[in-house]
Design a protein around this ligand. Sequence first.
Ligand SMILES: [Zn+2]
Length: 454
Amino acid sequence: MNKFTNKIYQRYRLLKINKEASNLSKHFSGYYKAWKEVKTNPKEHDPLKEEEQEIVVGEFEVFKLKTGTGPSGEIIIDEPKKEVSEDIFFKFLNLSNENGKISSFDIYNFVNRYGLLVNQPMGQKLLEEKYHLETLSFWRYEIALMNSLIKTYYNYQNENTEELKKIFIQSKKEFSDCFYRDNTYSSIETNNLKSNIEIFIDFHDMVSPSGNFLVEEIYEQLFARVLFQVLNQKLRQTTDTYIIETEESGKFRARDQRWIDIKSGYKDLLSFIWASFAHFIKTKTKINICLNNRCKKFFTSQKFTRAKFHSDLCRSAYARDAKMWELAKNKIMKKEGMMILDERETGIGKLSSFDALLLNEKNKKVLAMLEFSYSEIDHKSLKWNHIKHKIYRNLSHLYDKNKINHAFLINKNGKLFEWNIKKKIYGNEIQKLPETKDLAQSNLDIRRLVQFEK
Ligand SMILES: [Zn+2]
């Protein structure tokens, strides 16, 4: 397996460069402008809102790393390094979640582990002999592009033509022109990305059996062309080949002591990530999406092509979830006129403080919020007060917004607890769930959010 050694910094900081910034970020705003001039493509990597640009700063203090002095007085430095392997591109592209949100915190964690993308402390001149910086919009664009491509690769492998039709858009002006267009990432405000992912494809030389060049018959050719264009651009200056002088050590000779050697390697972490990604795609390796709903990361398994989970942690979380659902269904769904719905199916982040919704089966209005606990939590537990307040707080919020009045908590043993805003009940243990008629109905009609099977 291919490896790359990234030179790393001793410390990293995440900063926002804006008008009200502290002196520290003002200090970096000049550097940010200088860095932008040389390192980034303004069309792709510029933020939507310049004044909300985030940067990650690597700090390197060469003198702290001095370990000794060589025979001729030279300073010997022990450079901090991190060796990364090929599959790092999965960690990189999974910095975007399934909805396209790329959090600053996740990027920061990645930086802390593996270093910066294009900067390496001993490779380039340090600002004030100490700092290097990279903007998060630069990171986000590269992550978004790779995430978009793997998503399309997944849809290509699984022949999801409906999804592919959303991404390959035929030009209205010119018949033989088409765009690969993905605005998933730039449409998320916190990503602060200026541009959509948009790649122009000329398909005049492609083959269409029907002559109509429908996406469903030429998507493989379209996708191959996108990969050809993007990867060529990304790999154009991937490797450095350079010469070093060598010296034969040991016995002294009057001549033939020095010669040259050729060294070659990936230029930086970003190049290595794109090259590893290209190798993966080239071999048509099977890609999977983790079945754990809270994860949904892209991954591949060398042992099983039909692997379901990207980690053992996700496998056990899924099994635990399934067990709770069984329990919840037995305890609750037996009731006449009610149904429960996994909160994640609604796709609304605001409700994510709960696991599931209890619905009136007839009109699909929300009756209550459900929380599953994987522990034996009850009134005697140390954490009880914390849970009690958390559920109350989340429910109050939903009451103000949609008049959702009830919440229920079910623990591992099937014990049931009730919250009721109107009746001021906060976490009382109950023996069974009330009947539909005894629950106050909210004004949140879930059909606005979810497609129900007819
Ligand atoms: Zn997972």
